[in-house]
Design a protein around this ligand. Structure first.
Ligand code: DGJ
Length: 725
């Protein structure tokens, strides 16, 4: 899978259908040669273009500046002649920046090492290439790492920077991955959004200059997503080139594409350099998070399926990933803060009768929290609301045959809390300034070990106090006022990343001590839905917007990268709390099937007619759960593009069955039936749909006819089954 061709000084990493190629120029500079369809040949060093004549004002061939500013550097550094985007900036003891790392060796080994304290792809059947680069002037060594799995068309990259010198240096920037390519007028595909509008797929041409998607909010964020793809102009779901970069990290990120004077494109991804500075003492090292690269020559669909397989097979660790998740009911939209034991039990009793399997008690059970403005940090049960404590409540829920889950927001502190009154310095803050409140709360300084221990102790104590089988880990504000009273001035720039490392550490402790716990991450909806969090929790709450129609676009953007089994999706009440829209209960059920199915409403208050539909919705979830968990995803049509209907399909790996999810958002008088072209079936097999048989090829290329449904906001699931014999 990975080879080094000594004669040509070329490294080649192969996956099933792609090759990633680098080469050494002059035995020193590591250049990017090629990423694309699989190649046999390694005789590719001519693509480094080292013999081409330089550009003015350089007159002599190989004047260094001219070379550095045009060479397709695999891991570019700034300040000494490459004026394009740099991946690393190291400031030395003289306050000067400049790095010229040159090849200093490599090793290829079986398997892949984990990253200390960071989420990382894992698995056997894998090879890793490590290339060492050294700048002997400052004494900084870079270890570029590349891994490929035998069963996935992806390249996993990361970078470690070591201070091999005698004096301390400062990392002002250390990105994780870069791609260089000849620009063929790619479009930039990214996933911007907002609260309740997460991950909307957006494409735009990059004519000149740069395209940036980024977060400096201390979380991967609602507003942008740590993902960027260059796609060929006419790229569709089934055709065209895609070069995708996805960051396995949950904090600040920068993803940038830059089109330069020579008509080449540089794409870089990593921790955002803004408000980042990491001090490296002699002998110390900094490990940057991993980036996943995917190339597809068969459009976006193939990229999606590659990422889904990669994350299911090599990122998510939870035992739940291969198991059916309990159908849950969450009380947030049902009660908000206004609940007590009796109210929760009334919801549980009704839920149990209908086949719902777990009650999740959301925000408001601790301290004296009656609204957003108090008690975060005081993780003690409010016995006024819950007389008899958690023990009684959980026992009663268990007696109904249901599991019990609980909500926490461990990273936060309310100024109105006993914790804050005891430790006002535990909140992140800048010297002499009052920190900014958001949702009435401040952010805990997780870079202090005593804070982390306190928080963990609280969670662990609560989980030991009753039979709690699920935790929703929430995080409801961006991280501002990034300063603390313990780190020295030249380490204040480390706080954002240290914060993220501690969040990871906390979750690692949690799933280690409670290995059977089902952990669901959340951040004001989907503000921290990223591969980093998936390493710890097999599912993430997708969005606070539970309106079935809004969810179509949010879930489409999320499904573009993430398996459906990771996407928290619930049926909520109508009129919808965010939008006021009314959609049929059936439609809400079909849309929520595209994720970890559950309910978020007061089941005692909905109509009898709706209650009666719950058992059949649960039966549908159970029927499709294995397909949704393990199958291949195909996007057939997008409401985002056609403004009329949405359609996606899941096909079992052996192609013997499929489920097609069709949502007719608007009815049209002039359309009596719609042709749906399925994907991913066996061309020559025969399939049954609604009692009729079709050839796979006919369903895929000619299509299936669906009569229009009556009314707007209608939905159905179409079952496709191979007929044996
Ligand atoms: C934001 C989450 O997204 C909601 O589901 C809910 O848990 C609230 N926080 C509680 O404060």
């Amino acid at each position: 899978m990975i080879i080094f061709d000594e004669i040509n000084s070329v490294f080649k990493l192969d996956t099933n259908t792609t090759s990633y190629v680098m080469g050494l120029a002059d035995g020193k500079y590591l250049g990017h040669i090629y990423y694309g369809k699989k190649l046999e040949s390694t005789d590719l060093s001519y693509l480094l273009r080292t013999q081409e004549h330089p550009f003015v004002p350089s007159q002599k061939p190989f004047e260094k500046l001219s070379f550095l500013d045009s060479f397709p550097m695999e891991y570019p550094t700034g300040a000494i002649g490459d004026f394009r985007e740099s991946c690393i900036d190291v400031r030395d003891g003289n306050g000067q920046t400049g790095l010229e790392p040159v090849y200093a060796g490599h090793r290829i080994y079986e398997g892949k090492d984990g990253l200390d304290g960071l989420p990382a792809l894992w698995g056997d059947n894998c090879q890793t290439l490590e290339i060492a680069l050294l700048d002997s002037c400052v004494g900084v060594k870079l270890l570029l790492s590349y891994s490929v799995f035998a069963d996935c068309d992806a390249v996993i990259r990361s970078v470690k920077a070591e201070n091999a010198g005698k004096d301390a240096v400062y990392l002002d920037r250390v990105l994780s991955a870069c791609l260089e390519m000849d620009d063929e007028e790619y479009e930039m595909l990214s996933l911007p959004g907002a609260w309740s509008r997460e991950r909307h797929i957006t494409r735009q041409p990059l004519h000149s200059g740069s395209f940036v998607t980024e977060s400096v909010r201390g979380e991967s964020s609602h507003q942008d997503h740590p993902f960027l793809a260059a796609v060929s102009k006419n790229c569709t779901q089934t055709a065209g080139d895609v070069y995708a970069m996805h960051f396995v990290y949950s904090g600040n990120f920068l993803a940038k594409a830059q089109r330069n004077q020579y008509g080449t494109l540089r794409m870089a991804l990593g921790i955002h350099p803004e408000r980042f500075c990491w001090k490296l003492g002699p002998g110390e090292a900094f490990q940057a998070p991993e980036a996943v690269l995917v190339y597809s020559d068969e459009g976006l669909g193939k990229m999606t399926r590659t990422l889904h397989d990669l994350y299911r097979g090599h990122l998510i660790r939870s035992g739940y990933k291969g198991k059916e998740r309990p159908v849950l009911i969450n009380n947030w939209e049902a009660t908000y803060f206004d609940f007590d034991t009796e109210k929760l039990l009334s919801i549980a009793r009704e839920s149990a009768k209908l086949g719902i399997e777990m009650l999740v008690m959301d925000d408001g059970w601790f301290g004296h929290r009656e609204n957003e403005y108090s008690s975060l940090g005081d993780w003690v049960v409010n016995e006024n609301k819950l007389p008899g404590g958690l023990g009684y409540l959980v026992d009663e829920v268990n007696k109904l045959g249901m599991k019990f889950g609980i909500w926490f927001e461990p990273e936060m502190i309310s100024p109105d809390s006993d914790l804050y009154r005891r430790h006002p310095d535990w909140a992140l803050q800048l010297k002499g300034r009052t920190p900014s409140l958001a949702r009435g709360q401040l952010v805990l300084d997780l870079s202090r070990p005593e804070v982390v221990d306190y928080v963990y102790g609280c969670i662990s104590k609560i989980l030991h106090s009753a039979n709690i089988e699920y935790v929703k880990w929430d995080m409801n504000r961006g991280v501002s006022d990034i300063g603390n009273t313990v780190l020295p001035p030249d380490r204040q720039g480390e706080i954002s990343h240290r914060y993220m490392l501690e969040v990871y550490e906390l979750q690692e402790r949690l799933i280690t001590e409670f290995p059977d716990l089902l952990l669901e991450n959340c951040s004001s909806g989907g503000g921290r839905f990223d591969p980093g969090m998936l390493y710890y929790s097999p599912q993430i709450w997708c969005s606070d917007d539970t309106d079935a129609i809004e969810r179509l676009q949010i879930q489409e953007g999320t499904q573009l990268l993430y398996p459906m089994s990771t996407i928290g999706a619930h049926v909520s009440d109508c009129p919808n709390d965010t939008l006021g829209r009314v959609t049929p209960f059936e439609t809400r059920g079909v849309v929520a099937l595209a994720g970890t199915f559950g309910y978020e409403l007061d089941i005692t208050k909905i109509s009898q007619k709706e209650r009666d539909m719950v058992p059949s919705q649960i039966a549908a979830y159970k029927k499709y759960a294995p397909l949704i968990r393990e199958g291949d995803y195909y996007r057939i049509a997008s409401f985002r593009e056609n403004h009329l209907y949405d359609c996606y399909e899941i096909v079992s790996k052996d192609k013997t069955q499929a489920a097609v999810f069709f949502v007719q958002v608007f009815n049209e008088p002039s359309v009596r039936s719609r042709r749906i072209r399925l994907q991913g079936l066996k061309e020559n097999a025969r399939y049954e749909v609604d009692g009729k048989t079709y050839q796979g090829g006919a369903l895929m290329y000619a299509g299936l006819l669906r009569e229009r449904l009556r009314g707007d906001f209608q939905a159905e699931v179409i079952e496709v089954r191979e007929i044996s014999g």
